[in-house]
Design a binder for this molecule. Structure first.
Ligand SMILES: C[S@@+](CC[C@H](N)C(=O)[O-])C[C@H]1O[C@@H](n2cnc3c(N)ncnc32)[C@H](O)[C@@H]1O
Length: 324
């Protein structure tokens, strides 16, 4: 199967639920839908077909994803603008598309993390199951690689990355072993790292903690791509871009990202009037209401059909009139 065929076969995660949540905001002709993580364009294709008056602004930091999504979405060419940017560049992207970065957007989808295409392309270095160069950049044209992190970070910085972004119990031990080995020979391939992890993580922990490379690979990917910083900067800008009645849906695949989303939505859906005052102060009321209770997960049936949905946590909110 070639890349294009894989793209066409790819099943978008929680598509029906995303439509239930975003759909009511997308029905008006000319409504603007921002897909902040366009990927292979699966969700975007659905929304463009389902809502014929919809206009798409699609963002991705990966030029290869934009190329493939552009091919898939060619039938809608007159209704789409694709922009190569990190999602925290949403305001500039909207301006580029001739739109006001404040209050002009009807719906936003953020389907975070890596795409199935990125995982499948061995040479990108995201997967620990194949030996490949230690790259892991979602935008291969810029920034440091996973090999750079392993070969240049101090023991303290490396241990912090593995602990904070991978929740790795053996972060200090792994960092020590990385420094010892790189003094002999710099790291170049994922196979060398996987072998180190097998040798360093105790056998008892390996039996219970999932694949020993999973947490370290996640941590390196988050560090290399500045994923949490990008998300922290993107969410306020995304929320500001929504019009009254506009809706946002965010799907996270790891707890650190979901925590950032939860905190930002909590801040915007809570009144800033001091709790001991009997009335809402002007302009201090909530700007959004939550559309999901807690984080929604995929059903068992969905996980069976699409294993990528297993870790997903979905949250959504709608812009409401602020009390004046
Ligand atoms: C899970 S995939 C999206 C799949 C898409 N919903 C679909 O149906 O095909 C995530 C995409 O987000 C992109 N991405 C991740 N972090 C990003 C960021 N900070 N800015 C822009 N795009 C990002 C990745 O390059 C990847 O293509």
């Amino acid at each position: 199967m070639n890349r294009e065929q894989r793209g066409a076969r790819h099943v978008p995660v929680l598509l029906r639920r995303a439509d239930e949540l975003l759909g009511p905001a997308l029905t008006e002709p000319g409504a603007v839908y921002v897909d902040a993580t366009l990927g292979l364009g699966g969700h975007a294709e659905h929304f463009l077909s389902a809502y014929p008056g919809l206009r798409l602004v699609g963002l991705d930091r990966d030029t290869e994803a934009l190329r493939l999504a552009g091919e898939r979405l060619a039938p809608f060419a007159d209704r789409i603008t694709l922009v190569h940017t990190r999602y925290d560049g949403i305001a500039d992207a909207l301006e580029q598309a001739g739109l006001d970065p404040i209050g002009s957007v009807s719906g936003i989808l953020m389907d975070l993390g890596v795409s199935s295409m990125q995982l499948d392309e061995a040479e990108r270095g995201f997967a620990y199951s194949v030996d490949a160069p230690l790259d892991m950049r979602m935008d291969p044209s810029t920034g440091i690689t996973a090999a750079d992190v392993l070969n240049t970070y101090s023991h303290g910085d490396l241990a912090r990355v593995l602990k904070n972004y991978g929740e790795e119990r053996f972060a200090g031990k792994i960092a020590s072993e990385v420094l010892r080995r790189r003094a002999q020979r710099p790291f170049t391939s994922s196979g060398e790292l996987v072998e180190l992890l097998y040798a360093t993580i105790p056998a008892a922990a390996r039996r219970t903690g999932g694949h020993p490379a999973k947490r370290t690979f996640q941590a390196l990917r988050v560090e290399v791509n500045g994923e949490l910083d990008s998300l922290r900067a993107a969410l306020p800008a995304a929320l500001d871009s929504l019009r009254l009645g506009g809706r946002i849906v965010v799907m996270s695949y790891q707890s650190l990202e979901d925590r950032v989303v939860k905190q930002e939505l909590a801040a915007r859906t809570t009144s800033r009037t001091p709790v001991d005052l009997p009335v809402e102060l002007p302009g201090m009321g909530p700007e959004f209401r939550l559309l999901t209770r807690g984080a929604e997960k995929a059903t068992e049936q969905e996980i069976e059909e699409n294993p990528r949905a297993a870790p997903v946590r979905m949250r959504a909110a709608e812009r409401i009139e602020k009390s004046s």
